[in-house]
Design a protein. Structure first.
Length: 231
């Protein structure tokens, strides 16, 4: 795992078996110096590097403030400083979480996910592999996001041209999004809604609605007696 901080921008978490014993009990400054002496060329090292093991990482206060002791962070995940992660959350390999992101308790973030800084994830949320959560996206409690779901946050994207404010997309409590679905910017997906695999969601989805297709249309409702609208 890699965490960035102003004083030590690159902090790498290594398995205890691969971390040299000389690093384990040293102070931060001595660790950095030893790393440089062990072969890293100072001329090619743009920022100081701090190596610590997952076993003793919580001895450093600036790490304690960000991540719950009860959270699991895979050694190959990248979590930057300023991220808040709750108890019991699991972050798997090759996840990237940028500064400012807030992640609740008991979440499961599968491999190869990206979470930008202005993102809020509630508790008991599952995000499967290949999902990117861009700025402005909120997932409330108990949301399921299937593999390779595509979120967007810019209605009129242009290269190297950022809008003043990204569109806000919210997925309400208990909603599920099937694999490979595409969610356009500024969409609200209602509580308990079900988005079918491969659907392209272009408008708000009511609570408990089942939608599928391109563009996604309501085909039924979950746990209600409401009939689907006539075609």
């Amino acid at each position: 795992m890699t965490i960035y901080s102003p004083s030590f921008p690159i902090v790498s978490f290594l398995p205890a078996s691969t971390c040299p014993r000389a690093l384990a009990g040293s102070t931060i400054h001595r660790i950095v110096r030893r790393v440089l002496l062990m072969g890293a060329r100072e001329s090619t090292l743009k920022t100081p590097v701090l190596h610590v093991t997952a076993r003793n990482c919580f001895k450093y206060p600036f790490l304690q403030a960000m991540i719950s002791r009860k959270a699991f962070i895979h050694p190959l995940a990248t979590v930057e400083r300023g991220v808040k992660i709750g108890n019991g959350t699991r972050v798997w390999q090759f996840c990237v979480i940028l500064p400012g992101a807030v992640i609740g308790s008991d979440c499961n973030l599968c491999a190869h996910t990206l979470i930008e800084g202005n993102v809020k994830v509630g508790s008991r949320v599952t995000v499967k592999s290949g999902v990117q959560l861009w700025d402005g996206i909120t997932l409330e409690d108990d949301v399921f996001v299937g593999p390779n779901v595509t979120f967007t946050n810019d209605i009129f994207p242009r290269s190297r041209q950022r809008p003043e404010q990204y569109a806000n997309t919210i997925v309400h409590c208990g909603a599920s999004i099937g694999a490979n679905a595409t969610i356009l910017p500024g969409i609200s997906i209602g509580r308990g809604a079900m988005i079918g695999a491969g659907a392209v969601v272009t408008r708000d989805v009511p609570a408990h609605a089942i939608v599928k297709g391109n563009p996604a249309r309501i085909t039924g409702y979950v746990d209600t007696s409401t009939k689907s609208p006539s075609k």
